[in-house]
Write a protein that binds this ligand. Structure first.
Ligand code: FAD
Ligand code: SF4
Ligand code: SF4
Ligand code: SF4
Length: 397
């Protein structure tokens, strides 16, 4: 039994591992740290179910965008803790208020080692655990099986994740449930957890233990800036352009092979709704910013409604979100992954081989050699006030 021939054909959604009644499939890291399913031939009975539920290889998405909005949460605290406009947290609050359970990516740290995995939360005060973007592939573990149990018991479930995880869940379930809401995020690709941990350990060796890592810290406004937090309460700001991991991520150099052939980087999305950053809102909807309804510095989201269920959902959200009509073309203008997959960076293979043979030290050295100009510019840029940065960004775009 062969699950895939080419690595580019496996997005690592774990649907196959969840569906196997014989527990014959486990996720194993390759030499670069990306996880792929491996079948134990001793346990496998050749039933073929794992192949059937492989959405990435065998199932086409047919949804089409029904409507598109600019949006933010009505709750300022939610916006502050979120990558964009806090739409995810607002919808999660609605679902939990209806007695539902919400699944999303959770970042934890133990003994200086970070982990990113999907979990389900049932209390409003726990939503913060799954808020915010984690630019690492999140492990699904047993979540799909748990979602099915909860759906069968009649519970309302919100599942959120990358489009391939959402498609994986749908394929695993093999039938539609009226009590399931699926939110996919606009996604340009995922690196792996091992690479991220090695980046942290190499660049921030410390006797203090880490308590958290915010990939989208908003203390200096909406944008791409990270923060490493320590148990002591101290923290370190990390501008994206000066960080090797973040820069190589944004530059499409370290994604999983499947991301460069992602079939969900299109109008055909697996979620009932798609959420993302409304990059370019200044140009597409200056009137909404001028009116003061949306605040650029806080962050603004886009919502794409893909299904009838998504349309129904948004009608129930007036209490939780502010939203205005926009269009797919406007959102996609600065979010190319709504039209086509990310293009593989020219250093991708070189960087992964350096990582394999020299460890993160080699990757950091490579970055410092090849991104010198960027590091200096971004270091200086990161010191500017948010308003000046916005003017410069607008001129560039
Ligand atoms: C790897 C990755 C790539 C992205 N690429 C883009 C992009 O190119 N363009 C764009 O507009 N937006 C992108 N996003 C989405 C964006 O960063 C925000 O997550 C999105 O706008 C939702 O923001 P929010 O404020 O509503 O909610 P937030 O609270 O910021 O986001 C939480 C949501 O993100 C999900 N999530 C976070 N990390 C992961 C993860 N590792 N795996 C799966 N799900 C995760 C949570 O489950 C939850 O649904 C990306 C996110 C990730 C994780
Ligand atoms: S179901 Fe998901 S993890 Fe399994 S082979 Fe297919 S893409 Fe890979
Ligand atoms: S063929 Fe059946 S038993 Fe074998 S790994 Fe796939 S799902 Fe499991
Ligand atoms: S780019 Fe596509 S394949 Fe890669 S993580 Fe995102 S949805 Fe999955």
């Amino acid at each position: 039994m062969n699950l895939f021939i080419d690595k580019a054909n496996c997005c690592g959604c774990e649907a196959c591992a969840n569906v196997c009644a014989k527990s014959a499939i486990s996720m194993k890291e390759d030499e670069y740290g990306y996880k792929y399913p491996k079948i134990d031939p001793e346990k496998c009975v050749n039933c073929g179910l794992c192949i059937k539920v492989c959405a990435f290889q065998n199932i086409a998405e047919v949804n089409k965008p029904q409507s598109v909005y600019v949006a933010t949460s009505r709750n300022k605290q939610q916006i502050q803790k979120s990558a964009s406009g806090g739409i995810f947290a607002a919808i999660a609050t609605y679902v939990i208020s209806k007695g539902g359970i919400v699944y999303g990516a959770y970042l934890s740290v133990k003994n200086g080692v970070f982990n990113v995995e999907h979990i389900g939360v049932e209390k409003k005060e726990d939503i913060c655990k799954i808020q915010g973007s984690k630019y690492v592939q999140s492990a699904i573990n047993q979540c799909f099986s748990n979602v099915r149990k909860q759906l069968k018991s009649g519970r309302l479930v919100l599942f959120s994740g990358t489009p391939c995880q959402c498609a994986g869940l749908k394929a695993f379930l093999q039938k539609k449930y009226s009590n399931l809401i699926i939110i996919d995020i606009i996604c340009h690709g995922v690196p792996n957890l091992t690479l991220f941990n090695k980046y942290i350990q190499y660049n921030f060796p410390t006797e203090f233990s880490y308590s958290s890592f915010l990939f989208r810290d908003k203390s200096k406004g909406w944008g791409l800036s990270a923060k490493l937090c320590y148990d002591s309460g101290k923290s370190k700001n990390i501008p994206a352009g000066t960080s090797s991991y973040y820069s190589l991520f944004l530059d499409s150099q370290i994604y999983r092979e499947s991301c460069y052939k992602c079939k969900y980087a299109s109008q055909h999305r697996p979620g009932d709704i798609t959420i993302g950053d409304y990059w370019g809102i200044q140009k597409e909807h200056p009137e909404l910013l001028k009116s003061g309804k949306y605040i650029l510095k806080d962050g603004v989201s886009c919502i794409i409604i893909n299904t009838v269920e998504g349309e129904k959902l948004i009608k129930n959200l007036d209490e939780y979100i502010i939203y205005d009509k926009s269009s797919y073309d406007k959102v996609a203008r600065r979010n190319a992954q709504l039209i086509a997959p990310s293009k593989k960076g020219k250093f991708h293979d070189t960087i992964l081989n350096i990582f394999k043979f020299e460890g993160y030290r080699g990757v950091e050295y490579f970055f410092r050699q090849h991104y010198k100009r960027q590091i200096i510019i971004h270091f200086m840029f990161s010191r500017l006030p948010f308003g000046i940065k916005e003017i410069i960004r607008n001129i560039i775009h």
